[in-house]
Design a binder for this molecule. Structure first.
Ligand code: NAD
Length: 381
């Protein structure tokens, strides 16, 4: 079978779902590989690097889609791409199944099999295919770099002949995958780093990375995230008030805030409010990684950088992985390659779409003309 990757059609998207390196591995699984001309350029992979890796370079998207049995891409397909689906084709991509009625209907009507990368179950066995995590890791790292680029001072403290410089103080709100990456980056740059999460079980991870976990003055325990499968649930009003009171206390001291707090299937909770922004020093920076879901900070504008009247920069970019397209393409392409390994048990270039397999079943959102989303919970954790 042939596995092809088109150039991403979404404006400004620089990632690509196949790299020359992943193509070599896919060929070892028995697949012929094809790429649309120019698909890897924005991520630093020229057509020649692909052809040197044994990949056929195809001139147009239409030809790529027409001749590929399996299509691997990054962003959910647009209307033109959906037209190319047929019942013989398998699409592997982010697909946003809960918010993409048009795509789900098109895939069902056309009879195509769709594997949605955001639906890979978060179980140990599937970590190597977990594109949400690989992309969140990059976003967390890049959020700190972006903050540094907009902050007019050092992260690390210094004693120099020209004067003593205090270290920057960074607060990371939400210590999931992106938050932990941000913490690691911030501590490695030498900033004094604080982190908060509603799930107390992350305190140990936060501390092991050299940051200080922020505890609340709250008589009840912090929420028990274990009860919700590792995800957060909505805080009680009392808990929220205690959290906001702590943030108000910290706001005048903190130079950089990285917010990553999300609750599944809900808008992002508002946690860094106008009065806290007003209390921050001029030159402080907020990077709101929850911007796509409405933002954790008041005043965040998705995809923009705004500067408040008191000189605080609020960054709401939603394309951090694309801003590091070489790295994110390498990791995403590896996630795809692992998915293909599981779909190819005989390593003979033939897809076996085994709906009894927890990971394949969990990620499949349409199969043989049926919508198979949402999936049943995985049997193994
Ligand atoms: P996420 O993006 O849904 O949320 C980010 C963080 O925000 C979470 O840690 C959450 O607790 C926190 N949060 C929510 N509301 C908050 C509030 N009001 N204040 C402060 N923080 C708040 O999370 P994620 O990064 O996708 O990770 C979620 C869970 O999944 C974690 O437990 C993670 O370890 C787990 N996980 C498991 C696997 C695996 O086993 N394969 C892979 C990835 C993640």
């Amino acid at each position: 079978m042939k596995l092809g990757t088109p150039k991403e059609s979404f404006a400004g998207e620089a990632r690509v779902a196949m790299t020359p390196e992943s193509a070599k591995q896919l060929q070892k699984l028995g697949y012929d590989c094809a790429i649309e001309s120019g698909a890897g350029l924005a991520a630093g992979f020229s057509d020649t690097t692909y052809s040197d890796a044994g990949v056929e370079v195809v001139e147009t998207a239409a030809a790529l889609w027409a001749t590929s049995d399996i299509i691997a891409k990054v962003r959910q397909p647009d209307a033109t791409e959906l037209e190319h689906l047929t019942k013989e084709k398998t699409l592997i991509s982010f697909f946003n199944p809960a918010g993409n009625e048009e795509g789900m209907e098109a895939a069902k009507t056309k009879g195509a099999n769709v594997i949605a990368m955001e639906m890979v179950p978060r179980i140990s066995r599937a970590q190597k295919m977990d594109a949400l995590s690989s992309m969140a890791n990059i976003a967390g790292y890049r959020a700190v770099i972006e903050a540094g680029n907009n902050f007019g001072r050092f992260f690390t403290g210094q004693i120099t002949a020209a004067g003593k410089v205090p270290p920057a103080k960074v607060l990371v709100v939400g210590a999931g995958v992106a938050g932990l990456a941000a913490i690691g980056t911030s501590t490695s740059l030498g900033a004094v780093t604080y982190a908060f999460d509603v799930r107390p079980e992350v305190a140990e991870q936060v501390e092991s990375m050299g940051a200080e976990f922020v505890y609340l003055d709250f008589e009840e325990e912090q929420q028990d995230g274990a009860a919700t499968g590792g995800y957060a649930s909505v805080s009680s009003p009392e808990f929220r008030e205690a959290q906001l009171a702590k943030f108000r206390e910290l706001a005048p001291e903190i130079d950089i805030v990285i917010t990553t707090a999300l609750i599944p299937n809900r808008p992002a909770p508002k946690l860094w409010l106008e009065d806290m922004i007003a209390a921050m020093k001029p030159g402080s920076v907020i990077v709101d990684l929850a911007a796509e879901r409405g933002g954790n900070a008041e005043g965040t504008v998705a995809d923009e950088k705004v500067v408040t009247e008191n000189g605080v920069t609020i960054i709401g970019y939603t394309d951090f992985p694309s801003r590091m397209a070489a790295q994110s393409s390498s990791l995403y392409a590896t996630n795809i390659r692992h998915m293909m390994t599981d779909l190819t048990p005989e390593k003979d270039g033939q897809v076996v779409h085994n709906m009894e397999d927890d990971v394949i079943r969990g990620a499949t959102v349409t199969h043989q003309g049926e919508i198979t989303f949402p999936p049943p919970p995985p049997k193994v954790q």
